[in-house]
Design a protein around this ligand. Structure first.
Ligand code: GLC
Length: 750
């Protein structure tokens, strides 16, 4: 349901739009132009709108405000801009609506584990509808940085390690936020961020430098941004990070050559918070005056929070260093988006016309998103029956242990400005509801927080486990341990959680780990103590039922890892689409540190690529995720074993649900270009399908790979497709074994 304010007015076509832009521009003073390029943070400590702030709006010196969520004040700001300023240009009201507004969905990394673009789109649609009711018309999302270093706190906000998955889900978020009609009152402008390469921050420290070779930039980091642009995303946010010596905020190659000249992007670019000023901190400039010059000439249209444009752009134009034509381009980009957003026709919002934020329908969607985000990592069946799902009628007592069983705020995760922890449903609450009259629950936290190092609570937890038929351990990370600037050098379980798990496991009571975290955690030291592990990320406001329903079998898990789970921190970076190297490890060539004879001088192994102190495979691979039913892949075949470059490739595979219950499988298709003019990753995800099958049902899956699925960046940094042999796999994760070979024929296409 869209609340489209002007259904009778057709959206202006490109010509009309440009005419309106130019007409407005022609009437603007330089001060008003620079005003459109300035986003300021509202002084919300005050009541109402301070007069100096109102006057700045009235004079056209402010084009956008961020962090204003009081609809009365927002409407008043818009009224001043539209009815009291000379040109009546409305404001863009920006906010970080990252994974929900009042109804909090799983963190984006969790949503990525659903591999479900439709569900991700619906979540963004609901977030837009709730945010728009307060007058917000612009969100600083989706974050489509590729995350391959889980030490980085912002991996929580990203859509995983793979460019294809992040592209499809990021595009879905753009479509959800912007809706079918960007002019609708419940649509908000999307912003793909942080352009570009932010996820490669050195050593996983936020804001650290990035060093990204051109091929890596174009094959890994840029595709999700291009997908966002192709999905109609109207704004981009420049990254804080230094890219190969030139911070993104001043990087013309990114902001103009790639974004404008190659991709044809015609929205606008906003800096990140204070990032224009921070060019002086980077040491790229010696003053805000030079920072304004560098950012403007690189292609950053609007400045967030710092005042370099407001204080220096006019003089740069007067001095002729920044041509007025450049300023006009910047202003045109902003006006174009404002015109497309419908803000001129409908600047005000009436919450009464919107669904109530946090309503049951929205919470139901957040529940579905959280359930589908859950990844069943392991589920021991050595006793003859899998540990999960629990049969509540066969259990007398469940021990509920750990610091995250009943934390309505922690389960929301990072970036939840407008969430409401008081309406979160926790796992303990849901367990108490579902176990009532069926089995006992004994609660023993064991630890106050996930960072708690004290063992004082262990005896109570151990006793509870000893009395129980199963111990559910709710562990992971408090929300504060991930997110912006919240990076960790050691991504094992914080505090004394590992010791608590070991102490509980020593009772012999079966252990189920339920992990809530903002990143992959290195769990090699604890996985062996657990009969089952359900990885729930930070699941949002409906984390309770979304965890309990899979635990009890009311729902069948279907999540798949969107990011590799390392064994130990020292394996980082570890991701599936790596290069083979000239000496790939093998089980035969690996030697474990404890197996090295005393005083050995030379290891009699094949000298291959591994660490002596850890097995060279991840703990859990990209794409991994179990179900309560069993899926079998068979009959993988190509429509044609040899295909001319430029032709689509059709791949077929049969999928069978061999189990006794309905289930969803995410079938994944990977390729490997065996020999090419540059080395290629050992595997690359090129397509996936979510398939729901009834018990016993068989379905033939068809994948159609377009020609560009085989393209890569060649030695000349240009995209090319070369003839040669391609391996293709279809299976349940990036370790799929069912394989066929394709012969790509014809001439290289550059
Ligand atoms: C922050 C973040 C960015 C966010 C912006 C506004 O520093 O880097 O993602 O959108 O500032 O809050």
């Amino acid at each position: 349901m869209s609340i489209v304010t002007t259904p009778e007015v057709m959206a202006p076509d490109a010509t009309e739009l440009e005419a309106r832009v130019q007409e407005l521009l022609s009437r603007m003073t330089l001060g008003e132009k620079i005003g459109q390029l300035s986003q300021v943070n509202g002084p919300w400590a005050h009541e109402g709108i301070p007069e100096d702030f109102a006057e700045a709006i009235r004079r056209g010196w402010i084009g956008s405000v961020l962090n204003a969520v009081d609809v009365e004040r927002v409407n008043e700001m818009q009224r001043i801009a539209v009815e009291e300023s000379r040109l009546g240009i409305p404001l863009l009201i920006g906010r970080d609506v990252i994974h929900g507004f009042r109804t909090i969905f799983p963190i984006p990394l969790g949503q990525a584990a659903s591999w479900n673009p439709e569900l991700v789109r619906e979540g963004a649609r609901i977030a837009a509808r709730e945010a728009a009711s307060t007058g917000i018309n612009w969100t600083f999302a989706p974050m489509v940085d590729i995350g391959r270093d889980p030490r980085w706190g912002r991996v929580a906000e990203c859509l995983g390690e793979d460019p294809l998955l992040a592209s499809r889900l990021g595009a879905a978020m753009v479509e959800g936020f912007q809706g079918d009609d960007l002019r609708a009152d419940d649509a908000i402008v999307a912003c793909a961020k942080h352009f570009a390469g932010y996820g490669a921050s050195e050593s996983g420290k936020d804001y650290a430098a990035t060093f990204i070779p051109e091929r890596e930039l174009r094959e890994v980091h840029l595709p999700p941004f291009k997908a966002a642009v192709d999905a109609g995303c109207q704004t981009m946010m420049a990254s804080f990070s230094d890219l190969n010596g030139i911070p993104a905020t001043a990087n013309r190659y990114l902001m103009t050559t790639i974004l404008r000249d190659e991709w044809g992007f015609d929205g606008f670019v906003v800096s990140d918070w204070d990032s224009v000023h921070q060019l002086t901190v980077h040491g790229l400039t010696g003053s805000d005056h030079e920072s304004a010059y560098e950012a403007a000439m690189a292609g950053v249209d609007m400045e967030m929070a710092s005042r370099c444009y407001i204080e220096h752009l006019e003089w740069l134009v007067q001095d002729g260093r920044v041509p007025i034509e450049r300023v006009d381009e910047m202003v045109s980009n902003v006006l174009r988006v404002k015109l497309r957003s419908g803000a001129f026709e409908s600047p005000y919002r009436d919450p009464a016309l919107f669904p109530v934020p946090g309503n049951e329908e929205h919470r139901a969607s957040a529940y579905e998103s959280a359930v589908q985000s859950g990844v069943l990592l392991q589920n021991d069946a050595s006793s003859g029956r899998p540990t999960l799902p629990l049969d509540l009628d066969a259990l007398d007592r469940i021990a509920v242990i750990g610091p995250l069983a009943d934390e309505p705020g922690e389960q929301l995760g990072t970036w939840i400005f407008d969430g409401d922890a008081s309406v979160s449903t926790t796992p303990l609450t849901s367990l108490q509801e579902v176990c009532a009259g069926r089995c006992e629950i004994e609660v023993a936290r064991g630890l106050e927080t996930t960072r708690d190092r004290s063992h004082d609570g262990f005896p109570q937890a151990v006793e509870a486990a000893e009395r129980a038929d199963v111990a559910l351990l709710f562990v992971g990370e408090d929300a504060i341990l991930s997110g912006e600037a919240h990076c960790r050098a050691d991504i094992s379980l914080p505090g004394a959680q590992a010791a608590l798990i070991e102490a509980v496991a020593a009772t012999g009571t079966p252990v189920v780990l339920v992990v809530q975290a903002g990143r992959p955690l290195a769990m090699e030291s604890v996985a062996g103590f657990a009969q089952a592990i359900l990885y729930m990320w930070h699941p949002g406001c409906m984390g309770g039922p979304a965890i309990v329903d899979p635990l009890t079998g009311a729902r069948n898990p279907s999540g798949k890892l969107p990011i590799t789970l390392p064994r130990v921190t020292g394996q980082i970076p570890i991701y599936y689409a790596h290069r083979r190297s000239g000496r790939p490890p093998t089980p035969e060539s690996f030697i474990y540190i404890d197996d090295i004879p005393p005083h050995a001088e030379q290891l009699s192994v094949g000298n291959t690529s591994f660490h002596l102190d850890v097995w060279y495979r991840p703990l859990f691979s990209f794409g991994h995720g179990m179900s309560y039913t069993d899926f079998r892949y068979e009959g993988l075949r190509l429509e044609r074993d040899s295909v001319e470059i430029g032709e689509p490739v059709r791949v077929f595979c049969d999928l069978v649900n061999e189990g006794d219950r309905r289930g969803v499988e995410v079938a994944q298709l990977y390729i490997h270009d065996q020999v090419a003019s540059v080395t290629r990753p050992v595997r690359e995800l090129k397509d996936f399908q979510r398939v729901e099958l009834e018990p016993g049902e068989r379905r033939t899956l068809e994948f159609v790979l377009p020609p560009e699925a085989f393209a890569f960046v060649g030695r000349d940094q240009r995209t090319r497709i070369e003839p040669g042999r391609i391996s293709l796999w279809v299976g349940r994760d990036s370790d799929a074994t069912l394989r066929v070979e394709l012969e790509l024929t014809g001439e290289t296409r550059a």
